[in-house]
Write a protein that binds this ligand. Structure first.
Ligand code: C2E
Ligand code: CA
Ligand code: CA
Length: 720
């Protein structure tokens, strides 16, 4: 049993590694990024499609009451979104390809806009109808998806490669000095050549008798179904090919519409006629059979995926998308999942997306053969919600029971992959998190004044997702909470204070480093709210400890320089103290000066106001920044906290001199010094010899949850 578990674990790990390796392929990234760019279109289009095909005659009813503008509204919405989505995808893919090309610095810079213009032209040259026709058919989302993608990849690759040929580059001197014009003109001949090559391809296709690529592919796909039959093999082949087509972004049932027209619809009609005549329906596989039993929530039975995500996913992004996708899914419209998760070209979800409907085909077939479920002899429009459609298709509650069984089958197929997707995301996230941590720790600030949100690539995207999660978590104490680290008098073993430190346990990525939390809150503009919440929680805890800890035990709270710039910061702090019922001399604010180059007059003003009211001020990470001494000159701080980097390498003679000077300076100015990051006895002894008295570090205690910290304080053997 144990061995089996290990084997399963290893297999899962291999699967993750395989999927991970393929997830990071640049082409796959381009496709998935392109898809995410058209997601707004897909979401609006899905709603439009749902209302356009509202079940139970609801659409007709609303149209008769509200007039024709009701359906015009949805028709226009579908045309304006799904109708041009393939074109939008083409542009998005091409733009991403050009950006990738520029990032990899191969060949001259290619303007993504120019690449889009060139590739769009290639596409029109290749697929524009010779007769004026409905353009919508050409760019409809899942009809021309694969063609758009193929043209985009072929066209961009061709154009980008041609642009590297020296022979096709215009010499810089002839194109003036406007940088935009120069970039475009340099690669212009390559663009013209690419369009021309697509023109030749079109002529060749016409020449070999393929004027319409879409039609040609459909004819090819119908070949295996030339012989109509009602066997399990037929059912599996139809389901399997439909799903495979969806996986590459093509509308499966549309591409196999010949099967529907010539086999499935006539079979359904024959069954309905037999049922009306009181005879036994003959056919197992009909259109309602597939709609009711293998397409609950849309192709791939994606209602099962939504349920599996709600049951098993810790990823807030997927859960949010599923909340959006649930309503259309009830009417079997699943484009938000196909293009939003996305399921299309997804190396993880392709397995259950293919296998769940296959398994459901088998279970429903067997149940029908064993006469547990009647053959489908009812009419159920494809948008009829699951469970209702089971009854409508079979005229029997057994049909509903079959759907419940198939829902369970589908959910159990999707669930392990939902967990796998979470694990992969977690792994990828952890890699990117270390980049975020570095960005948050360093002083570099982007052009928008932000440390993390403007980072390029994966790091920036993760930062945005985390900032959203953090904003949604502000009021949740199970994820965002404080821990407290005691500060001790080294010889007396008396606890003089505790420092409140923030913790965020993210449901997918685990604990996020506090500097990242603070940087995200600063970047996204809610540091004031978060900071006040930290302050309020810390003060409330200290107030609740009254009579249980020494009267003079202080609570230290870290304050980001951004918070100090808020015009009402001093009043807000005083209001928090009043609300908590805490005396101001028990609060110490720790300000990190390393991120502020110059003592800012607003900040000094705010600190002086607070100090005037009795609140203590400490300078954190003293010795790291450039303004340490200037701060000391600007106003009388109460405490200096010696940075851990100076105490960690204590032994290096330069550090020893610096620490000695800081301690002497503190003693001369009557400022207390706290030594941070004390982990070893030897460290402690040397600092004691230097005259330091207050210490904080793992040697005494790690930061602890409130109750445990109180217990620690109360059980310390005091020697005074
Ligand atoms: P900090 O204010 O210098 O806090 C001390 C950090 O050193 C804490 O890390 C603490 O857990 C860690 N530490 C304490 N003793 C030892 C030790 O002996 N060895 C080692 N290796 N580390 C020790 P933490 O909690 O990860 O916080 C990191 C930084 O994040 C803090 O540095 C502070 O600048 C910031 N931060 C934490 N909570 C808040 C908050 O609520 N507001 C603001 N603005 N910043 C916060
Ligand atoms: Ca601190
Ligand atoms: Ca510090």
């Amino acid at each position: 049993m144990q061995a089996d578990m290990n084997k399963a674990g290893r297999l899962l790990l291999r699967a993750i590694e395989f999927a991970d390796a393929h997830e990071n392929r640049p082409l796959l990234l381009v496709v998935q990024r392109g898809l995410s760019l058209v997601l707004p279109l897909i979401l609006v289009g899905s709603l439009g499609l749902m209302f356009q095909n509202a079940p139970f005659g609801l659409g007709e009813l609303l149209e008769s009451t509200l007039g024709p503008s009701w359906s015009t509204l949805w028709d226009t919405l579908v045309s304006g979104t799904f109708g041009i989505a393939a074109l939008a995808l083409l542009c998005a893919f091409t733009g991403s390809m050009a950006m990738l090309h520029n990032q990899q610095r191969i060949g001259p810079f290619v303007s993504p806009s120019l690449a889009i213009v060139v590739v769009m032209s290639c596409a029109f040259v290749l697929i524009a109808p010779r007769e004026p026709a409905e353009w919508e058919n050409i760019f409809y989302i899942n009809r021309s998806f694969l063609l758009s993608l193929a043209v985009s990849i072929a066209g961009s690759t061709l154009f980008l490669r041609l642009s590297r040929l020296r022979a096709l580059q215009l010499p810089m001197t002839t194109v003036g000095h406007d940088p935009v014009v120069r970039d475009v003109l340099t690669v212009m001949p390559a663009g013209i050549a690419a369009i021309f090559i697509f023109g030749v391809a079109r002529i060749l296709l016409n020449f070999i008798g393929i004027p319409d690529v879409d039609e040609a592919v459909r004819a090819l796909l119908l070949a295996p179904f030339a012989q109509a039959s009602d066997t399990l093999g037929f059912g599996l082949a139809y389901t399997g090919i439909t799903q495979l087509l969806w996986l590459v972004g093509m509308h499966g049932p549309h591409m196999l519409s010949g099967v529907e027209e010539h086999i499935l619809v006539p079979a359904a009609q024959a069954n309905i006629a037999a049922w009306h005549d009181g005879a036994a329906p003959v056919f197992i596989f009909t259109k309602p059979f597939f709609d009711a039993f293998t397409r609950m929530g849309g192709s791939g039975s994606t209602l099962c995926l939504i349920i599996a995500i709600f049951l098993g996913s810790r990823d807030t992004g997927s859960r949010k998308l599923c909340r959006f996708a649930l309503l259309p899914a009830l009417c079997n419209v699943n484009e938000p999942l196909l293009f939003g998760i996305p399921l299309v070209f997804n190396p993880v979800y392709c397995i259950p997306f293919l296998c769940a409907p296959l398994l459901q085909t088998v279970t429903a077939y067997l149940a029908t053969v064993l006469e547990l479920v009647p053959r489908t002899a009812g009419e159920a429009f494809w948008t009829t919600p699951a469970l209702v459609s089971g009854y409508a298709a079979t005229h029997s509650l057994a049909g509903v029971a079959m759907q419940v069984v198939n829902l369970a089958v589908g959910v159990s197929m999707y669930l392990p992959f939902v967990r796998l997707a979470d694990t992969m995301q977690e792994r990828r996230g952890k890699r990117v998190l270390s980049a975020l941590q570095q960005a948050a720790a360093c002083c570099h600030i982007g052009p928008g004044g932000r440390k993390c949100l403007d980072l390029p690539g994966e790091a920036g995207r993760l930062a945005k997702a985390l900032a959203n999660d953090l904003a949604a978590t502000l009021d949740r104490h199970d994820q965002l909470f404080l821990v407290y680290q005691p500060q001790l008098h080294g010889t007396l073993h008396r606890i003089t204070g505790v420092e409140a430190l923030i913790r965020w346990r993210h449901p997918v990525y685990g604990f996020i480093a506090p500097p990242v939390i603070i940087a995200l809150a600063e970047d996204a503009g809610f540091i004031d709210k978060l900071g006040l919440q930290v302050l309020a929680d810390a003060c409330a805890l200290r107030a609740a400890w009254v009579d249980r800890v020494p009267d003079d035990l202080r609570i230290s709270v870290n304050v980001s320089p951004r918070q100090l710039l808020h015009p009402h910061f001093p009043e807000n702090v005083l209001a928090v103290l009043t609300d908590a019922g805490l005396a101001s001399h028990l609060l110490e604010l720790e300000i990190t000066e390393s991120s502020v180059l110059e003592p800012n007059p607003h900040i000094l003003e705010a600190l002086k106001t607070l100090q005037g009211q009795g609140v203590r001020v400490a300078i954190d990470d003293f010795g790291m920044g450039h303004a340490s001494l200037r701060y000391l000159r600007a106003f009388p701080v109460d405490t200096i906290k010696i940075d851990r980097s100076l105490t960690l390498d204590y032994g290096a003679s330069v550090n020893e001199h610096i620490v000695r000077s800081i301690v002497e300076l503190g003693q001369a100015m009557g400022i207390s010094t706290v030594v941070e990051g004390v982990e070893q006895h030897t460290q402690l002894e040397r600092f004691l010899a230097l005259g330091c008295s207050i210490f904080q570090g793992y040697l005494f205690s790690r930061p602890l949850p409130g109750e445990e910290c109180l217990h620690y304080i109360r059980t310390q053997p005091s020697r005074d």
